[in-house]
Ligand binder design. Structure first.
Ligand SMILES: Cc1cc2nc3c(=O)[nH]c(=O)nc-3n(C[C@H](O)[C@H](O)[C@H](O)COP(=O)(O)O)c2cc1C
Length: 366
């Protein structure tokens, strides 16, 4: 008899039932057309993930407004015109899941404003005009009115995501993009209400969504920035508690900004698991989980079923990005015990290619 693993037990949050505890963490796909519309390539990418049996899929970041674009060929949700393509994506992915697993996948769309990390696109903005260390870009400080406009853009984008049929939306408040710039004391030195209470922008966004709908809102947030003067765990625990109170459905815990690489001398977000070891943000995720009442997803360096099982003793979900780019069928293989590990090398060629080519595993190419 095969022992029962927590990894393959269902979990329900706010009426969404995930078939198992594995989440596909958001990864930019660079597969939309020039206007941010969904393409067949994008649909095929997600259909493979659906066939592979992951319980929850989170899309790559989508822009909420043209001013917030982070990279080329990014999917957009900045206008009602984007809804039809997104509808098709949801329909086909859910259908593929149903055919293979006779079940429903939890399909979440991630949304973002790039803020000062929009190099080399347009007008970089930020809570405060602190230069971005890697690119040297000096952002313009957002006016108070502009912050309210951005809140409205996030709310409208979330409602479009709901109209398209997704099960929930995830705010990207990690890795140094605009929302994570707001919660960081390093990048947010504002004197107005958005500086006095750095998480206010997140509370205003969910309040705006909940005014119109019960749509589940998840957040991916930094626990630590790995920058002197940046966000530290005590502060992120405090913020997580207020997000729980504000009605967020779940928190995915990550860490690092682009600029962290200067201080740490490595890519903090996408670490080399051979050096870092597996689940490199686990201690932070567990600290946050101890203080909140909502499910917590842990991302970063999960590579084996054994590690997943261990993490699930304290956390509700394990989230993976690079392993599922390498092999979308990994959850099915773990389930059937064909393998108990990922053969992702953490080479980050997927990441390096994303600015010029579509998302896939390039590890086997010279
Ligand atoms: C090619 C690539 C694209 C990514 N794009 C996003 C993104 O759009 N949104 C996001 O929150 N994280 C993004 N990430 C970060 C991943 O979601 C994840 O946090 C990170 O890769 C660590 O997890 P892993 O060790 O399982 O890969 C990206 C990572 C890679 C490699």
């Amino acid at each position: 008899m095969v022992e029962e693993l927590t990894t393959f037990t269902p979990f329900e949050m706010e009426g969404l039932v995930a078939r198992n505890r594995i989440v596909k963490s958001a990864t930019a796909e660079a597969m939309a057309d020039d206007m941010g519309f969904v393409t067949d390539d994008l649909i095929e990418f997600y259909k493979k993930l659906a066939e592979g049996g992951v319980g929850t899929i989170i899309t790559g970041f989508m822009y909420i407004s043209e001013k917030g674009i982070a990279m080329k060929r990014m999917t957009g949700v900045s206008s009602d015109e984007h809804i039809d393509g997104l509808k098709k994506l949801v329909k086909e992915v859910k259908q593929a899941y149903k055919e293979k697993w006779d079940d429903d996948v939890v399909f979440i769309a991630q949304i973002v404003h790039a803020g000062r990390q929009n190099y080399p696109f347009g007008d970089p903005v930020a809570p405060s005009p602190i230069p971005e260390g890697l690119t040297g870009v000096k952002p313009r400080e957002l006016t108070n009115e502009e912050v309210y406009q951005i809140i409205d853009d996030f709310v409208k984008a979330s409602l479009r995501i709901e109209k398209a049929g997704f099960d929930g939306v995830q705010l990207h408040c990690a890795h140094g993009y605009l929302l994570s710039q707001f919660i960081s004391p390093y990048t947010n030195r504002r004197k107005d209400e958005f500086g006095k209470q750095r998480e206010k922008i997140l509370i205003d966004i969910i309040d705006g969504i909940k005014d119109k709908s019960d749509f589940p809102v998840i957040i991916k947030m930094n626990a630590v920035d790995f920058i002197p003067g940046g966000l530290e765990i005590e502060d992120s625990v405090r913020i997580a508690k207020s997000l729980d109170k504000a009605g967020y459905t779940a928190i995915e815990v990550s860490g690092g900004m682009w600029e962290s690489a200067i201080y740490m001398k490595y890519n903090v977000v996408c670490q080399n698991v051979k050096k870092s070891g597996e689940a490199y943000f686990a201690e932070y995720a567990k600290k946050i989980r101890r203080e909140v009442n909502i499910p917590v997803m842990i991302v970063g360096g999960i590579r084996s079923l054994r590690t997943a099982e261990n993490l699930l003793k304290n956390l509700e979900f394990v989230s993976m990005a690079r392993p599922l780019i390498r092999d979308p069928y990994l959850p099915e293989k773990w389930m059937n015990r064909e393998t108990q590990e990922s053969d992702c090398l953490s080479c980050n060629k997927c990441l390096r290619n994303i600015s010029s080519r579509e998302l896939r595993c390039y590890a086997d190419e010279k």
